[in-house]
Design a protein around this ligand. Structure first.
Ligand code: NAP
Ligand code: HSE
Length: 446
């Protein structure tokens, strides 16, 4: 592939997988082949497609003779220049990609789970064998955020990334809140539309967003961060009551991915510098651009030292948006630019800058907290006293009408606090005799 790619005009694709993303990719290649050729002079042809079930009906009509159940035959085919891996998961995707790279193929993948956990091995193998790995489709579906961080924002020292990186959970939150549809029904819809992962618990538990944040952080902060260093919480425990109370206070609840630099000495509590790296449901003020990202859409707000805030927005999952990102990487590989960029990228190769990941109990945030308490005099004062005793200052309070089961929800927003102080106060309040466990808390990102 590399030797002749300057003059070569026809590129043959081998596909591993033909599910949601594979079918979207094929549909774009089949329909846009003439226009892609006109724009770039390059002709893309699908030569083979490996699937698990040869009998399955396919969403896109394509020559049945192209299908095989033998993924190895695809990566070993000498006629194939570019291997597109859209199987997902770790194995056999990892073994097939490694083999394709060793066979000198360019690889394009949407597999963030694999890259976030085995990126070093894969990128080293690609470099050692003169190959490249395109992974634009692995983060935020059709939004070109990898290219933006790698190229468009290269002049910047990235200060922070705040993102809605998972389409399934954003779809679920939108439908539950706006249309009052049950959680189970929303999840079923997200699966039917092809948004969810094969194991949807990775979506709803924040793991998929944490995979994506690992990739973005490695690129943005030019350091190796491991997936295991990302603190991940999901939306599976979220109570609709809290979403409503948050709304009364002027906030939307979103599954947010946050990577935020903290400079040494910048903190009054004298923490060392480092990077906050976390995924969790968070309250975002309605006036914030991320609060208005609805449905399956994703958005990434990147703060660079030169640009200030840059926001990228669009569909974060689904066959066509993700297929668009795959085809962009195919064209990049065929043009030869992928290889050139890849050699210089040092992705997963660069040593860790002096930037430890800040433990979650040392992050600083504002907090939303709800305590269910008995409806009797003096309760509010005692709760406030405990918070004050831990140095946690209250920004606003609402006491809701008594719940039908007899308790009263007290909902508070705090000022900035270190998480361990806030959690110590919360635990102490939960142990008071008039407080019913569990309380609920969410971080606030203003
Ligand atoms: P999918 O619909 O479940 O498709 C997976 C495909 O892989 C199927 O065609 C399946 O074959 C095939 N496959 C499974 N095991 C195989 C094996 N051992 N050998 C050969 N083929 C095998 O998954 P998807 O939603 O397209 O996702 C694919 C990848 O893209 C994942 O890494 C995912 O995280 C990523 N991604 C997905 C989206 C999205 O919106 N869905 C967006 C961005 C990134 P059968 O069809 O015969 O079962
Ligand atoms: N399951 C993922 C999501 C697919 O819902 O965002 C896109 O990466």
């Amino acid at each position: 592939m590399t030797a002749s790619s300057d003059t070569k005009k026809v590129f043959r694709i081998g596909m591993l997988g033909f599910g949601t993303v594979g079918a979207g990719t094929a549909q774009i290649v089949l329909h846009s082949r003439p226009s892609l050729k006109e724009k770039t002079g390059i002709d893309i042809q699908i030569r083979r497609i490996a699937v698990r079930d040869m009998k399955k009906h396919r969403a896109v009509s394509i020559d049945p003779a192209l299908f095989t159940s033998d993924g190895q035959a695809v990566v070993d085919d000498p006629e194939i220049d570019i291997v597109v891996e859209v199987i997902g998961g770790i194995e056999p995707a990892r073994t097939l990609i490694l083999r394709a790279l060793k066979n000198g193929k360019a690889v394009v993948t949407a597999n963030k789970a694999l890259l976030a956990t085995h990126g070093k091995e894969l990128f080293e193998t690609a470099l050692a064998h003169g190959g490249s790995i395109g992974f634009e489709a692995s983060v935020c579906g059709g939004i070109p955020v990898i290219g933006a961080l790698r190229d468009g924002l290269v002049a910047n020292r990235i200060e922070s990334i705040h993102g809605i990186l998972n389409g399934t959970t954003n779809y679920i939150l939108t439908r539950m809140v706006e249309d009052k549809v049950s959680y189970a029904q929303c999840l079923y819809e997200a699966q039917s539309k092809g948004y969810a992962e094969a194991d949807p618990s990775t979506d709803v538990k924040g793991i998929d967003a944490a995979h994506k944040l690992t990739l973005l952080s490695n690129l943005a902060f030019h350091s190796i961060f491991d997936f295991s260093e990302v603190h991940a919480e999901g939306i599976d425990g979220l109570a609709l009551d809290d979403v409503r109370y948050a709304s009364d206070l002027g906030y939307a609840v979103k599954l947010l991915a946050v990577a935020k630099r903290r400079n040494p000495g910048a903190d009054p509590e004298d923490f060392p510098g480092g990077l906050e790296l976390r995924v969790h449901p968070a309250l975002v003020p309605f006036s914030h651009p991320l609060a208005n990202v609805r449905d399956v859409n994703n958005a990434v707000l990147i703060r660079g030292d030169a640009t200030g805030e840059v926001m990228l927005y669009g569909r974060g999952a689904g066959m066509m948006p993700t297929g668009s990102a795959i085809v962009a990487d195919i064209m990049d590989a065929a043009r030869g630019s992928a290889r050139q960029t890849f050699t210089k990228l040092q992705f997963f190769q660069n040593p860790r800058e002096d930037m430890p990941v800040i433990p979650t109990d040392k992050i600083r945030s504002r907090y939303y907290v709800r305590f269910n308490v008995d409806d009797r005099p003096g309760v509010m004062g005692k709760v406030a006293t405990v918070l004050g005793g831990h140095g946690v200052s209250i920004a606003s309070v609402i006491q809701k009408e008594p719940h039908e089961t007899g308790f009263v929800p007290i909902v508070m927003l705090t000022h900035l606090s270190v998480e361990d102080r806030f959690q110590a106060a919360r635990a102490e309040i939960e142990s008071l005799p008039f407080v019913r466990k569990p309380s609920a808390f969410y971080r606030v990102e203003d």
